[in-house]
Design a binder for this molecule. Structure first.
Ligand SMILES: *Cc1c(COP(=O)(O)O)cnc(C)c1O
Length: 383
């Protein structure tokens, strides 16, 4: 048997939607994007949504719109995907890495309060694996400090904390529709915000800093001059890709239910003292984006190899960002400052989890892990 790490479930409905999108005169961001933005605004109960061509470009556009610049500092967790820190570097600011809570792997105010300086302009909260940081508690703790909150919601499309979704307490939340994410357009993403002035600036920073998009420039057949009011990137999503979203948003609860059931089945199977999992957060509805496990770092790479030999897809989400060569060369951070990210990153691996995973496939993953892998390191592995 062969079990891929991820397999998308787009089918005839999405094929038809793409096909129809080609009937529009303008293939880039137009009426389809507008409709999906309205659909997402309703889904998240936020005022403004801007579809973008990746989380990364959306985050760059957001940082530019917030005026983050060289000399500024942005706090990011080390336990995340590199993009979270990279976007800070790309606008010339400095990422300040923090550690995460040892039980949940999520950032709390306690994890970064000692890192706040007069140069701190923003904090990137990462809702890792689909569980959410307590954004409201962090916002309250920051009080009237002039520090912006951005939610990296690449894993948390369906998530809620105390019944509130991403975007409720932050300046902006950013989603990814990358090929393996819960909602996908191959490449894509969305920025959501309740702040009208920030949204107006984002409309420019996603489009070179221009004052009007292509569709508007040609409205009514009359050409209008545009101005470049600030520096921007190119981050807008084309209608062709946006056409893949409406059907996925309609089916989201049904798919999440399956992710939930698959995760519970893994949880039940892996009740073993040699395996650690992130603790479930009270009052948090998780999007179950990934299924991470932690094994003794001595054995992690052997486990990955063994899963590969048995044709089971596996990924490491994530090795800590502060340890990446680029960041080591530039900042030379010591592992001792990030004990949780360092230890978790050395032992973590993620198993296949997607709504199309069949029960036969999941049984095979569990059986392989329990019968071929666990016995190999049952001696000597420890927390
Ligand atoms: C996937 C991911 C990103 C980057 O998303 P792209 O759409 O590929 O730019 C950022 N942060 C986290 C936590 C991710 O998992």
């Amino acid at each position: 048997m062969c079990v891929p790490f991820y397999k998308h479930q787009l089918g005839p409905v999405e094929q038809q939607a793409i096909f129809e999108s080609l009937n529009n005169e303008i293939l880039t961001s137009g009426s389809i994007c507008k409709d999906v933005e309205n659909q997402l605004a309703e889904y998240f109960s936020v005022k403004h949504v801007k579809l973008v061509n990746s989380w990364t470009n959306g985050a760059i556009a957001t940082l530019l719109a917030l005026g983050i610049k060289p000399g500024d500092e942005v706090i990011v967790p080390s336990m995340t995907f590199i993009a979270t820190a990279n976007v800070v570097e790309l606008v010339g600011a400095k990422p300040i890495f923090c550690d995460v809570n040892p039980d949940t792997l999520l950032m709390t105010y306690e994890d970064f309060k000692h890192l706040i300086t007069p140069n701190t302009k923003a904090i990137m909260l990462v809702h890792l694996y689909g569980q959410m940081c307590d954004t409201k508690a962090i916002k309250d703790a920051l009080g009237d400090l002039n520090i912006r909150l951005i939610e990296d919601s690449a894993h948390s499309f369906e998530s809620e904390f105390n019944g509130t979704k991403p975007g409720t307490y932050s300046d902006a939340a950013i989603f990814s529709f990358y090929a393996t994410k819960n909602v996908t357009t191959g490449e894509g993403g969305a920025i959501i915000t309740n702040h009208g002035d920030l949204y107006q600036r984002i409309l420019q920073t996603v489009l070179h800093g221009m004052s009007a998009g292509a569709a508007q420039r040609y409205e009514l057949g009359k050409y209008k001059h545009w101005e470049m009011e600030r520096l921007g990137t190119k981050a807008n999503l084309p209608d062709i890709l946006a056409s893949l979203l409406p059907s996925q948003i309609l089916k989201i609860d049904e798919k999440l239910k399956i992710r939930n059931e698959l995760s519970e089945k893994y949880d039940f199977a892996f009740q073993n003292e040699l395996i650690r999992r992130p603790q479930l957060v009270n009052n948090c509805k998780t999007a179950h984006h990934l299924y991470p496990l932690w094994v003794n770092p001595k054995f992690r790479d052997e486990v990955i190899y063994e899963l590969g030999v048995n044709k089971i897809g596996v990924t490491v989400n994530f090795r800590p960002v502060h340890q990446m060569k680029y960041y080591r060369d530039k900042y030379n951070h010591k592992d001792e400052l990030f004990p949780v990210a360092t230890s978790w990153g050395a032992g973590v691996l993620c198993l296949p989890l997607f709504p199309g995973l069949t029960s036969d496939q999941q049984e095979y993953v569990i059986k392989t892990f329990k019968e071929k892998i666990l016995p190999k390191f049952s001696n000597g592995a420890s927390r």
